[in-house]
Design a protein around this ligand. Structure first.
Ligand code: ZN
Length: 333
């Protein structure tokens, strides 16, 4: 089927102009209301948020939230083996979307959709209209545009193909209410911020004693920000001899004319405890939200049993080592 045939019935509204201040959040609210009233699966998903439970646990002096959310088993327990991914029907391709699902066409390339299995009271998936793989370098320019256009109400995030994306073969971001993820607060805590870079309108920070490697990049000049990211990722790939993109989760927001990227460099996707047998197994599969301090547990036993030590150990296990990150950052200062 031609793209035009596929997309027309899926477009609830369009966002096209160069910059329409606060227009996109308004369109998101309208889409949300329309989908709530016409798409039963989505309405049920948001109704189920009333029954989720939250625990707050202090890890490395910061609050980590644990959310018991049984519906997230689809995503947290997703099989991301490339052989399985290649065989399954891609759930983000236009022709496979549920009949009642519609979205906001964002310029020519993306469709903003309500996520029917939410973690947040407003949770959108921003999906490429074409079936192309997750690729940070290819998509970061667009990610910055979307973050600006969807501000001030929402932040967006990207999960690398090998660290949390349940559709690694189909480029997508997700949008969440601004500062719904704890790291968005920690990232502006001056007691933790340590600056490693300040040049050409770009500032770079890490967070002291955060228990997981994190790089924060801020800038009001898009081209300078993109240039910095290009250098950083090139150094990263060179140092680790990667041919693929480094493993990352990235949160992105835009406030008061400044983009802020919060980058979690990853060493591995799932912790060993995910692969244990029987009762010893914990279904915890960290992606951007979890690395950002909101850990989703689809199983009640995991929700009840998880503690600070376990969370701190998982963060260390799946994060890239700080020494490696320091080495990369040293090369670009
Ligand atoms: Zn697809």
């Amino acid at each position: 089927m031609a793209k035009a045939d596929c997309i027309t019935p899926k477009v609830f509204s369009c966002f096209n102009s160069a910059y329409q201040n606060a227009e996109l959040p308004k369109l998101c609210s309208e889409l949300f209301a329309q989908q709530q009233s016409t798409w039963q699966q989505m309405a049920e998903g948001y109704a189920s948020l009333e029954f989720i439970r939250i625990r707050e646990i202090i890890c490395n002096g910061c609050t980590v939230k644990v959310q018991f959310n049984p519906k997230r088993i689809i995503s947290t327990g997703a099989d991301v083996d490339p052989a399985i991914i290649n065989k399954r029907k891609c759930f983000l391709c236009l022709e496979n979307l549920p009949e009642a699902q519609q979205g906001i066409q964002y310029r020519d390339d993306f469709l903003i959709l309500c996520n029917p299995v939410p973690i947040f009271p407003r949770h959108f998936t921003i999906s490429s209209i074409r079936h192309i793989p997750q690729d940070f370098k290819f998509s970061v320019d667009t990610m910055l545009d979307i973050a600006r256009d969807i501000s001030p109400d929402y932040s967006i995030f990207y999960n690398g193909p090998e660290c949390g994306a349940s559709a690694p073969d189909h480029l997508h971001f997700q949008a969440t209410p601004r500062r719904a993820i704890p790291v968005e607060w920690d990232a502006v805590d001056v007691r933790r911020r340590k600056r490693f870079y300040y040049k050409n309108h770009v500032a770079g920070f890490t967070l002291i004693n955060y228990g997981r490697s994190v790089i924060i990049i801020e800038s009001s000049v898009k081209q300078q920000l993109l240039a910095f990211l290009q250098i950083m990722f090139d150094e990263w790939k060179k140092l680790l001899r990667f041919t693929k993109e480094p493993m990352v989760n990235v949160l992105c927001s835009y406030q008061e004319n400044i983009w802020r990227l919060i980058i979690f460099p990853r060493h591995k996707h799932r912790p060993d405890i995910y692969f244990k047998e029987g009762n010893n197994r914990m279904v915890i599969s960290p992606a951007a939200v979890d690395m950002g301090g909101l850990i989703v547990t689809p199983l009640e036993k995991d929700f009840l049993n998880i503690d600070a030590k376990l969370i701190e150990d998982i963060f260390v296990e799946v994060s890239e080592q700080q020494a490696v990150i320091d080495n990369i950052l040293d090369k670009i200062v």
